[in-house]
Design a protein around this ligand. Structure first.
Ligand code: SIN
Length: 304
């Protein structure tokens, strides 16, 4: 029987398989991120970190809807310094860590990224696409701003930089190109889709922030379209994200042009076992179809 290799090389990172958690899922303590790795992920991604501790929006911040959930957390986090303490414990165990981060100004993006890079993260994921914090979400819909912030961050870090794109734009290919031109080593596509849920009893929006970001299965076809359009536009690798619940979803993303995938909402609905299930399903799919490596199927749906 041919040996199937799930290991991938992603913008210079060597990962044992192409799965990771999406930023924000399970927070950022070393204990929880270690569990994600122990349950089969190839790398772990932190909740988005800012320069200082931040409370986020008041409750309610999450609501389940048909085929997904809407969140408007407002980027709560304990600040970059807190995470640097946790990071040491993860690095001592050889766990590949991708730190998601944001800033309220270009200078803050640079400062947080520099501290994380110096602190020893393996890669960075620049969050310019949170739909729940005005400055951060708007940034991701302005290609010029995306290029500038990417370039500024890239100029001061030593690790691969992924830019997480928003689906809430009219031309995602343009934003993808801007990130690539700014020097991004890869993209994550995509963050959540702006949405609203209404309570018929109170006759009011359910979330305190009124709008939130839709994730889960309802997002998948939109996110796949975003990956498709980005993959047609850029040369850098793409991490697919949005509604991945099982190995079939993961294979769809790989065929669509993603080199790796992130799982978010399904970790909450199905538990951490989802990583091993995706790894095993992917291995079976490759074997049954005569492939030896994950990279062989990346982008196949684009080929005539
Ligand atoms: C949030 O904290 O509101 C969600 C984070 C994000 O969508 O980037």
């Amino acid at each position: 029987m041919a040996e199937i290799r799930l290991a991938i090389e992603l913008a210079g990172l060597r990962l044992r398989n192409p799965t990771m958690n999406a930023a924000g899922v399970l927070g950022l303590t070393a204990g929880l991120l270690r569990r994600v790795y122990e349950e089969g992920a190839g790398a772990v991604v932190t909740k988005s970190l800012g320069l200082k501790p931040r409370m986020g929006h008041p409750n309610p911040t999450v609501v389940y809807v048909e085929a997904g959930l809407i969140n408007a957390m407002g980027l709560p986090n304990p600040g970059v310094e807190y995470f640097l303490g946790e990071l040491g414990r993860l690095k001592a165990e050889g766990i590949p860590v991708i730190a998601s981060f944001f800033g309220e100004t270009l200078e803050e993006f640079v400062e947080v990224a520099s501290r994380l890079s110096e602190g020893g993260v393996d890669a960075l994921e620049l969050n310019c696409s949170c739909p729940n914090v005005e400055g951060v979400g708007l940034l991701g819909s302005d290609p010029g701003a995306v290029e500038r912030v990417t370039e500024a961050v890239k100029g001061c870090v030593d690790v691969p930089l992924f830019v997480k794109l928003s689906p809430n734009v009219s031309d995602i290919a343009q934003v993808a190109r801007a990130a690539e031109q700014g020097g991004a080593d890869g993209l994550t596509a995509v963050n959540t889709l702006r949405a609203v849920a209404i309570d018929v009893e109170t006759r009011r929006p359910i979330l305190s922030n009124v709008t939130g970001g839709l994730s889960g299965p309802a997002l998948k076809p939109v996110a796949l379209r975003c990956v498709w359009e980005a993959a047609e536009e850029v040369e850098i690798p793409i991490i697919g994200c949005g509604g991945i619940s099982n190995w079939r979803d993961a294979v769809e993303y790989l065929l669509c042009g993603a080199s790796a995938i992130q799982v978010g909402t399904a970790v909450m609905s199905r538990g951490l076992g989802v990583f091993r299930e995706i790894d095993e399903g992917l291995r079976r799919y490759l074997e049954a179809n005569g492939f030896k490596e994950v990279s062989e199927i990346v982008g196949l749906a684009h080929k005539a």
